[in-house]
Design a protein around this ligand. Sequence first.
Ligand SMILES: Cc1cc2nc3c(=O)[nH]c(=O)nc-3n(C[C@H](O)[C@H](O)[C@H](O)COP(=O)(O)OP(=O)(O)OC[C@H]3O[C@@H](n4cnc5c(N)ncnc54)[C@H](O)[C@@H]3O)c2cc1C
Length: 485
Amino acid sequence: MKSIVIGSGFGGIAAALRLKAKNHNVTLIEKHPDLGGRARVFKKNGFIFDGGPTVITAPYLINELFELFNKKPENYIKLTPLKTWYRFIFEDGSKFDYSGDEFQMKNQIEKINKDDVKGYEKLVKFTKKIFDKGFTELADVPFDKPLIMIKQLPALLKLKSYKSVYSLVSSYIKNEKLRRILSMHPLLVGGNPFTTTSIYGLILYLEKKWGIHYSIGGTGHIINGLEKLMKEENIDIIKGHEVTNIISSGNKIQGIKLDNQKVINADNVICNADPSAVYEKLLDIQKFSSSFMWKKKRMQYSMGLFVYYFGTKKTYDNVEHHTIKFGEKYKEHLDDIFNKKKLNDDISYYLHRPSATDKSMAPKGHDCFYVLVPVPNNQSRIDWSIEGDKIKNLVIDKMEQSLLPNLRESIVEDFYLTPDYFEKELNTKHGSGFSIQPKFTQSAYFRFHNKSEVCEGLYFVGAGTHPGAGVPGVLSSAKVLSKIL
Ligand SMILES: Cc1cc2nc3c(=O)[nH]c(=O)nc-3n(C[C@H](O)[C@H](O)[C@H](O)COP(=O)(O)OP(=O)(O)OC[C@H]3O[C@@H](n4cnc5c(N)ncnc54)[C@H](O)[C@@H]3O)c2cc1C
């Protein structure tokens, strides 16, 4: 059986490996000269900047890919657990070190609001129930038939999936700072905590179950290890060529055409590329049913991302590996990003400092960072060639005030990516950071199906399909694929 995988994100690589393990003849095609998609690496003057994912959870999903071929993961990659998972900082300067150490967690919660300790215990218990259902039971189930979804509805209602993550957390926790901390997880997969279905509260428990890990050498080192494995297993890898067309005869997929006009025939085409963009740009959209067109049209997209990568000539030793800094008007900021699609000066941001754990990420005596600011996606029509520099200066000012004194004069290397990069370089609709939003009406059966609902021989893995964005999500989507193909 000949299978082509379009795109080399975590989902695409996992799909290629899982199909190879099932004896398919696999070709993986990537537009860029390097693999990884959102997990690409940018190397500049001794600094190693991981482009995207930095928080590695559920490491068993990565290890499984090596074990499929009886290979030892430790011969390819090195993951190390982090002690402090996130340091949260508020506008008033107060801090919260979030970790898997329950004693430390409760201690800090008690200092903020004694009454919330019990609520926290109850919340964790409830998120375990969501995790057991939403992750253990359903993350790798193919949701391609309405009946499968209908069967799950009573359980999902019992788990209060109609509530948002913020609303669920607020039913257990009274203090606003703690509410923000314990409900921030949807942001990691492109959702607004105030509108994302509480199913995604499972991430809180998923982190506790396996911890938060760092890949020594950066996340790109995992991609390198997986590329080595694909080569050893004779997966054909074509880099630096974009698929311009998926060829079909009637409803049946027959192969693909590359930007150099080369045609490759296949029984199956698996798209790791963004489903909306695939349906609009690589296929003849005219022939799709009106119900599918309605579904596609009603989809709401995740926020955009402004990511500023920078290296400094000094080290900031008191800055944690992962820091999340909340702005003052958090809810209003999220509303501006997701609904009003406008920029707001009162930003919240995530700061990544891999050199806190791994000195190999920066030249000696230097520090390596990226700061991620959620921004509206390109439905906003923001001109990033004008706004890009403004946000860069805004976020430098904010970091100078609260975290990295004299930052501006310490920067020796920098560049940034805006939603334009995600739209033009990674081919995502509206330049969204995480494909479609993780709302209830866009989850499981309501998401783009892993087995295309409109074309025979067409499949999807990655952030826009079930179960959704984030490295564990896209790796799970490849497990779904291996069940249906
Ligand atoms: C800045 C950032 C930080 C993040 N942090 C985390 C984190 O800490 N932890 C976590 O778990 N998740 C994180 N995520 C989310 C996670 O990175 C993504 O959900 C996941 O990596 C997406 O993988 P994917 O399989 O969907 O493919 P993608 O990474 O989206 O890759 C798709 C690939 O398809 C290629 N492609 C598209 N069209 C074509 C075509 N026509 N022809 C050939 N190739 C094509 C693209 O070039 C791209 O390489 C982060 C994301 C971002 C952007």
